[in-house]
Design a protein around this ligand. Sequence first.
Ligand code: 4AD
Ligand code: MG
Length: 463
Amino acid sequence: MGTRRVADILKNAQPDEKVTIKGWVRTKRELKGFSFVEVNDGSSLANLQVVLDSQIPEYENLLKKINTGASVEVTGVVVASQGKGQRIELKANTLTVYGEADAETYPLQKKRHSFEFLRTISHLRARTNTIGSVFRVRNACATAIHKFFQDKGFLWIHSPIITASDCEGAGELFSVTSLDFKNIPKTETGEIDYSQDFFGKPAYLTVSGQLQAEVMAMAFQNVYTFGPTFRAENSNTSRHLAEFWMVEPEMAFCDLEGDRNLAEEFLKYIFKYVLDNCPEDMEFFNKWIDKSILATADNIINNEFARITYTEAISLLEKAKKKFEFPVEWGIDLQSEHERYLAEDLFKKPVIVTNYPKEIKAFYMRLDDGGKTVAAMDVLAPKIGEIIGGSQREERLDVLEKRIQESGIEVDSLWWYLDLRRYGTVPHAGFGLGFERLVQFMTGMTNIRDVVPFPRTPLNAEF
Ligand code: 4AD
Ligand code: MG
């Protein structure tokens, strides 16, 4: 008989079974002749209620050590629970304390803590109900993503974290260097001499694995990346991180239509998977965080997303009764308030907006006939705004070269990317899903800092 997880015991164990669990004490209640100890091992939101009889050896001594936060091992017999709230409980035969937690200083006491406070103890907050549920759902989202693509025959590729190219061309790059800041080598003209740096040229943390995903799609047809990406944008919002995870599928022989169909199918699949696999956590979010979470999930799974062009979006925004902070006219980049108006107020479901003006989108997006717009696609979600950004890629060498030039990037630096258009080019498309924004959307958590274990934001890299 090995150790069993609490989730398994709560679901499957029958009275008279002998089991051992290991976990952390959430609460302790002393009554006459016995105590209740709630133990959580992270496998489920619910704790296992342990009954500790005062007859067990060292009872008084043990009780003193069993404070909230202490780690314990309990062996006992499963019994049907007399009380409400749980089917079974564990009558302890032996209880061992691994490590105590001082009641005076342990920061997580049995009361509601604000998410702001919990962020200051990110090393302990996973032991709370809400954050625990967040990370179980986050794990389920990741599993769903791999399952979705693997079942479709997509190859998971590992794009580099260190790169010399700025995929999005937005200049939001973190530099990677091994130069000595106290003694930076300079060229004759006074510039930093990168030839003496580790890679012999400027290098950065990647903002997106897309360019490398395109390379791999030209050999494997359908691929996806799933890994960390970095942006040095100084945005202190509830939807931006400096380090976040992105999922980027890339499909050869695919156009914008195929791209947005996949994005919709993908989101529906993940929501269904999480509802099926984390019902307890999702009910918790629906009860305590956002009362519309289950209805939203149902809406995602069962309704078609709205589909409009950028030009249609602008005209809908112009007709809106709502006053926007940023004025609306054709050519503007949609702001979060515009995106949320469309998804939240107008359509009340995700909206896929396509064909944006080329000036506000990246160089690699395919130029539409007419030359004013590109085959871009953003999926806008209620409460979140942009959750997915994607496009059909420019597969024509001459057009791409021109677009790169126009965006001020050195054409030669992308020689390998251009080679894909020289040798066996095909129409292709892909998108990027912001993983933390997905988890926010799924759980209703309002701040992105609370859906990633260790948030990296301006002025914050603690833990
Ligand atoms: O729209 P973005 O910038 O698209 C790309 O990077 C493309 N290369 C993707 C592709 O086509 N393969 O970013 C994609 C998504 C956004 O829609 C958003 O959900 C998320 O990444 N995102 C962020 N999430 C958290 N913090 C940030 N600072 C983010 N910036 C983008
Ligand atoms: Mg975008």
